[in-house]
Design a protein around this ligand. Structure first.
Ligand code: HEC
Ligand code: HEC
Length: 249
């Protein structure tokens, strides 16, 4: 590889990296902001850089989520002051909501003068804050359990370890039990409960949920087998002990 092509590749890689990380390119940082309605008008280029970077990371998006890109895919074509993208106005309202909360409401409620939220407190890397159980319950009701299983795996692949979603057995437990409340989604509940066991093979609690769902499906034998599996993993699991008592009465 020639020196020049290496440099070009390095520059492209640096740009790709800055886009991925939401780092503000030097061009934008040098320019004077002309359309600030909520941030201080005299904010320095560096501080604006930091704020924009923080917002991008908090929402897990790139700059063009809020800023109009004139030529698709061309980062240099972004018109920074433009208000064409609706998300930008939402971001302004979010900022105003947040500074209002932090100024009085939150410190008062918490009894802590410096209690505060930031974008990431709620967003945790998502443009629309939500929880794993909510995503999966909604998707199951809309498209069935198989779609939810696929979604779970996709999200786990992408977000595991990031703190965006709770991948402990508790999430799928909550999904399965919510679905089990409704006869129409009892079969779906079992699919999700089994997914929980598959994904968390050492969690006694996951087996207990399978047992609970099978009991609701009048499958006592199956339920008892799941309870035994739970007790094998954790002989002291209270929930499993209680369920075993119930099932063997
Ligand atoms: C979640 C939405 C959002 C994201 C993501 C975002 N911005 Fe912004 N940006 C805004 C809003 C809103 C304003 C205007 C703030 C105001 O009105 O005070 C702004 C203003 C700016 C300005 C000033 C424009 C002007 O002249 O008025 C620049 C430059 C800028 N952003 C750069 C960036 C860069 C670079 C990124 C990516 C690292 C980025 N922004 C990501 C919402 C966003
Ligand atoms: C108190 C919690 C909270 C805080 C703090 C917060 N947001 Fe939000 N934000 C939400 C919720 C909830 C939604 C709406 C999710 C939905 O669509 O159901 C949302 C939606 C948005 C959207 C619209 C996303 C879309 O896909 O339509 C943007 C943009 C946004 N927030 C930006 C921000 C920015 C920037 C900050 C920090 C300045 C921030 N938010 C702080 C809770 C919060």
């Amino acid at each position: 590889m020639t020196i020049r092509s290496t440099a070009r590749v390095a520059a492209a890689a640096a740009l790709a990296l800055s886009l991925a990380a939401g780092v503000m390119p030097a061009r934008a940082a040098d320019e004077r902001a002309v359309n600030l309605k909520v941030l201080p008008k005299d904010i320095s280029g560096n501080d604006l850089h930091e704020v924009m970077n923080g917002w991008s990371q908090a929402l897990g998006v790139r700059c063009d989520f809020c800023h109009e890109m004139k030529t698709p895919g061309d980062f240099r074509s972004i018109d920074w002051p433009s208000d064409k993208i609706g998300h930008k106005e939402v971001a302004r309202r979010m900022y105003t909501m947040m500074t209002g909360l932090n100024a009085t409401t939150l410190p008062k409620a918490a009894g802590e003068p410096d209690a505060a939220v930031s974008c990431v407190t709620c967003h945790r890397g998502l443009p629309s804050p939500t929880t794993l159980d909510r995503v999966l319950v909604d998707l199951t009701r809309e498209k069935g359990a198989d779609a939810a299983v696929g979604k779970y795996k996709e999200l786990r692949e992408r977000y595991y370890g990031s703190g965006t979603f709770d991948f402990t057995p508790r999430s799928l437990q909550s999904v399965a039990l919510t679905l089990a409340d409704d006869k129409a989604t009892l079969d779906a509940a079992l699919v999700i409960a089994k997914l929980n066991v598959e994904q968390n093979p050492t969690a006694a609690s996951a087996q207990v949920v399978v047992a609970q769902v099978l009991e609701l499906k009048q499958d006592k034998v199956g339920a008892l087998a799941a309870v035994e599996a739970a007790l094998k993993l954790d002989p002291k699991d209270r929930h499993a002990q209680r369920l075993k008592q119930q099932l063997t009465q």
